[in-house]
Design a protein around this ligand. Structure first.
Ligand SMILES: NC(=O)c1ccc[n+]([C@@H]2O[C@H](COP(=O)([O-])OP(=O)(O)OC[C@H]3O[C@@H](n4cnc5c(N)ncnc54)[C@H](OP(=O)(O)O)[C@@H]3O)[C@@H](O)[C@H]2O)c1
Length: 263
């Protein structure tokens, strides 16, 4: 049996497997993790084949997906050791560069990096991909096709991959939502109305912008009458350092990505 094999059965594996099942992905999916409880849950929920033995899991793979946290990648690759047959491997580990991955398992293994999102669970999560040199078109297509099943795919050079990773996280949306809900409650809105108002405020405009052709600054102007309430709120947020705070957050993310690369 040659399968798509996930090493690491945590959050992102669960989201990807759910999205693949939703897309009626037919190939066998094998998951390896050191926690048998997680494996059993993935088996129950998504009918994956669970493999508690690392070497047997790798042996079953013709597409290997590394889905452990960045600080676990090195040890995992050491545990696997040298692979002597051609194999396609995709790392989801944020910040871990291709040259480190290549050094891990030996020359026959062809590496790509992917940055999916837990939104893959619903079949509409974007995945960023970057390939090293020397990938044949058919190999790229195999990787692209897998992630296309769970949402759109964007190929970007590795030099921009970390900045993209830091910027592209569904956590930004959830974080903004939580902050807006809390702020709405602080000014007297009840919890339920606060969630409805905040979710629509953030999601509706962004979706309409993404699907339409109107430039963002035009939409910003349209949504905020000069000297009106929305404009007042926006101006105060900007005066209070909204933009600088976002930049500081992303810079901290870049520093973490660099730390991951050094591990
Ligand atoms: N979560 C996301 O939204 C997301 C999105 C895109 C990319 N990623 C990337 O995907 C990777 C996984 O993230 P995650 O959030 O899914 O992490 P997670 O929930 O912690 O899942 C990782 C799993 O792998 C297990 N594991 C680690 N090393 C192992 C080893 N040597 N042998 C067996 N099992 C091992 C972990 O066990 P322990 O807990 O015992 O270590 C854990 O069960 C990360 O590199 C992250 O950068 C995540």
């Amino acid at each position: 049996m040659k399968a798509t094999v996930f090493l690491g059965g945590g959050r992102i594996t669960s989201a990807l497997v759910a999205g693949l099942r939703l897309a009626k992905y037919r190939r066998p999916i094998v998951v390896y993790d050191r926690h048998s409880k997680k494996l059993q849950q993935l088996k129950r929920q998504y009918g994956v084949i669970v493999e508690p033995d690392l070497h047997r899991a790798v042996e079953a793979a013709d597409l290997l997906i590394i889905a452990v946290r960045p600080d676990s990648v090195r040890q995992l690759l050491e545990e696997i050791g040298r692979i002597l047959r051609p194999l396609t491997a995709v790392s989801l580990a944020a910040g871990v560069p291709l040259f480190k991955l290549r050094a891990g398992l030996g020359r026959p293994v062809r590496w790509a990096r992917a940055m999916p999102s837990p939104v893959s669970r619903s079949g509409c999560g974007l995945t960023a991909l970057t390939f090293g040199r020397g990938w044949p078109d058919a190999g790229r297509k195999e990787v692209r096709d897998l992630f296309l099943l769970v949402g759109p795919v964007l190929e970007i050079p590795e030099s921009r991959f970390d900045a993209f990773t830091v910027t592209y996280s569904s956590s930004h949306g959830y974080h903004a939502l939580a902050a807006l809900v809390d702020a709405a409650e602080a000014i007297g809105l009840d919890a339920r109305s606060a969630r409805v108002a905040a979710a629509h405020a953030l999601a509706d405009g962004i979706l309409a912008w993404r699907e339409g052709k109107v430039p963002l600054d035009q939409l910003l102007q349209e949504a905020a009458t000069p000297r009106g309430i929305a404009a007042t709120v926006m101006n105060e947020l900007d005066r209070s350092g909204y933009q600088q705070i976002v930049v500081r957050g992303l810079r901290a993310g870049m520093m973490q990505a660099r730390k991951n690369a050094r591990r």
